[in-house]
Design a protein around this ligand. Structure first.
Ligand code: XIL
Length: 675
């Protein structure tokens, strides 16, 4: 049972508590105050009248029948929010029931962190206007986050109807509402990454504008001390560059040439110009963070989609206007542009999006043609994508870019590299080499962040991985793979768009992480120091046996699958059922880290209507198959296989899946070390 946290806030006692550094008063209360562990929006109450909700961004909210109707949304992130400032340092669950004519709705979090702003997506789901969708997800709020808000946004600017919206604390409540935020470390005391890597490539960072407008200049100092390339995290994306008000006020005048402005990006451009730092322009043509009105006749989303000819004109004029405004006002600052971002689909081929729908499959080719035609000479033109190291996506990207390379309209491949410390480094480097060789382009690693392993020594293990990764990047560079820039996607873990995964080089207080040390060790030699609280991993070769007769299981879901114990086991009463999920690889996952340094033998009984089922080691990028069995008859089938787990592996799971997403049933799983 969760319990509310009682605060003694009687005014007379408050001074004492404050002096003792014990607590601060929750706003406007002078009696016992209980931080509610669930905050539920009440749509029978107007904003500011105790309904626990606020308007988020530029939208209007009408209340009707206990629901909130969010209208007049100008940008995809305009919506409705629940403020939860007292939940810092906690894991929370956010849940909303919505209907909307937008394709999808997302619950996101926004918080201030030392004067900077961070946005994190929590959960999303496809929506329809007629039926309701419930979206729910968990997220960690960093301990130093202030003014956390959970808000509902959508893929587009159409209305959203919200019938339920709540935020609650998961697990025991950690009350930090009276604890001051941590002091920042001196940003000038840490050795420079860009200086250490000067012989190899530029070392860049993505930052939001607030780093430069913030009254606290520590973040700016860290950028200056560490990096020699900067990418605006959001400020040069179409949603920030397109001037909606001007364009829509006179759609006839701006019909072929949408108005643009650079208010959001100017502080970053100014900083780069003043300090001689070069910038990667991100990004011109993208399916996301691009308002849908751009694709409609008269810029009216209630009308018809614009014709191919009109969209080609809008695209050409936009690319021309943006590249040349930047060059004229900030000559030489932007040295590379991500001309097209994320055009390849996750499940093969090209991603379906407004650009493709209006212009056709050659929109990518056209974008590069226009960028080459209008772009200032010497500015490098990049294609940029994620999961770019995965074999099938790589094939699609290469196929798409080959004609563009042949036409001489592309200079670089941007490997986003949102990866995890489970990614196979050799596979990753092979991808970089292949792009360079087959397209004749240079490589930028554009958005590196590395999800920390869920291991006993997570930060240290991440540092060890970073060393291995950067050693391989340096070696590839020495071997002639033209890696010219490596950019990390954010300054600190707490500022990351994936803050809960702690994927960056600096802690929230600006002090360097073991991940930073790993990057430095790769170039300077030496090893990441073991922390004082290092926990020696124990190799435990006790066999893992699950027959489900006790109706229990220790493994868990991979992504969004669901497991249940059901009757009808293999030669016994019970077995494990795996259902739901969004992809075939949403299966049942078992941690096998304890067998590091051993060959394991896995045996199991499995049953499914799918043609086959697999057991696979979860090594990002390679996913080695341990066993595959033919199923499909709905009879139990036995499977087995061996797998060698490298010594020193900090974290590894194996997972079972059915190859067409049919439910599968598992029994008699046995894993034992062979040596
Ligand atoms: C992310 C930003 O980091 C977030 O602040 C924003 O809310 C969403 O976009 N691929 C890209 C980047 O090319 O532009 C994305 O940046 C991360 C994924």
């Amino acid at each position: 049972m969760k319990k509310g946290f009682i605060k003694l806030v009687a005014c007379a006692l408050a001074g004492m508590f404050l002096l003792g550094g014990c607590d601060v008063l929750p706003k406007g209360t002078d009696g016992p105050y209980e931080v509610p562990l669930t905050i539920t929006a009440d749509f029978t109450k107007k904003e500011g009248k105790g309904g626990n909700w606020v308007t988020y961004g530029d939208s209007k909210i009408q209340l009707k029948d206990g629901k909130a109707l969010v209208t007049d949304r100008k940008a995809s992130n305009d919506g409705i929010a629940i403020p939860c400032p007292d939940y810092r340092g906690n894991t929370i669950n956010a849940s909303a029931t919505v209907s909307s004519a937008n394709d999808s709705v997302t619950i996101s979090m926004r918080y201030d962190i030392y004067g900077n702003v961070s946005y994190v997506n929590i959960a999303g789901g496809a929506t329809t206007e007629s039926g309701e969708t419930t979206i729910s997800g968990n997220v960690d709020i960093p301990a130093n986050a202030q003014n956390a808000l959970i808000y509902i946004e959508a893929s587009d600017v159409r209305d959203i109807t919200v019938s339920a919206f709540s935020v609650s604390v998961v697990g025991d409540f950690n009350d930090l509402s009276g604890t001051p935020v941590e002091e920042l470390a001196d940003p000038t005391k840490t050795a420079s990454l860009s200086a250490a890597y000067a012989d190899y490539f530029k070392f860049g960072v993505a930052t939001p504008t607030t780093v430069y407008t913030n009254s606290n200049d520590s973040f700016k100092k860290l950028v200056l001390a560490q990096f020699n390339s900067v990418t605006p995290e959001n400020e040069l994306k179409p949603e920030n560059v397109l001037d909606a008000a001007t364009t829509k006020a006179d759609p006839e005048k701006y019909n072929e040439c949408p108005a643009v402005h650079f208010d959001a990006a100017k502080p970053i451009l100014d900083f780069c110009k003043e300090n001689g730092i070069q910038m990667r322009g991100h990004t011109l043509v993208w399916y996301s963070q691009t308002p849908s009105w751009l694709f409609y006749e008269n810029y009216d989303v209630n009308g018809q989609l614009a014709s191919r000819d009109l969209m080609l004109k809008r695209m050409e004029n936009y690319i021309d206007a943006v590249m040349n405004w930047c060059e004229e006002n900030y000559p030489g600052v932007i040295y590379a542009w991500d001309v097209v971002n994320e055009a390849a689909a996750d499940d093969g081929g090209m991603r379906d999006c407004y650009w493709k729908q209006t212009i056709g499959d050659d929109y990518v080719e056209k974008a590069f043609e226009f960028a080459r035609k209008h772009g200032p000479s010497g500015v490098q033109l990049f294609y940029n994508d994620y999961n770019e190291y995965q074999t099938s996506k790589q094939e699609d990207i290469l196929k798409m870019l080959k004609p563009i390379a042949e036409a001489g309209n592309i200079d670089g491949m941007g490997m986003q590299s949102h990866i995890s410390s489970g990614l196979n480094v050799d596979n990753y480097i092979a991808a970089a080499k292949r792009y360079a060789d087959e397209l004749g382009v240079v490589i930028h690693i554009t958005e590196l962040d590395v999800t920390a392993p869920k291991s006993l020594n997570s930060m240290y293990d991440q540092g060890v991985y970073m060393k291995k990764l950067f050693e391989a990047i340096i070696q590839a560079d020495k071997d002639g793979v033209p890696i010219e820039c490596v950019t990390v996607w954010g300054l600190t873990d707490d500022m990351s768009w994936k803050s809960a995964t702690k994927p960056l080089l600096f802690y929230g207080n600006l002090s360097p992480k073991p991940a930073y040390e790993g990057v430095m060790c790769a170039v300077n030699g030496g090893d990441v120091a073991k922390p004082a609280d290092y926990v020696e991993p124990v190799t435990d070769t006790t066999p893992f046996v699950e027959d489900y007769e006790d109706q229990k299981f220790i493994g868990g879901p991979r992504y969004s699958s669901v497991q249940k114990i059901v009757e009808g086991g293999y030669e016994s009463k019970y077995c494990l059922e795996n259902t739901e999920g969004y992809a075939e690889y949403d299966g049942y996952s078992i941690d096998v880290t304890q067998y590091a340094g051993h060959v394991i033998h896995i045996s199991f009984a499995i049953k499914s209507k799918a043609p086959s089922c697999k057991c696979t080691a979860d090594i990002d990028g390679v996913w080695p198959n341990i066993a595959e069995v033919q199923t499909g008859t709905d009879e139990w089938v036995l499977g087995e296989g061996d797998f060698e787990i490298e010594e020193g592996t900090a974290s590894l799971t194996i997972y079972f899946e059915s190859t067409d997403m049919s439910p599968f049933y598992l029994d008699n799983v046995e894993i034992k070390a062979m040596n």
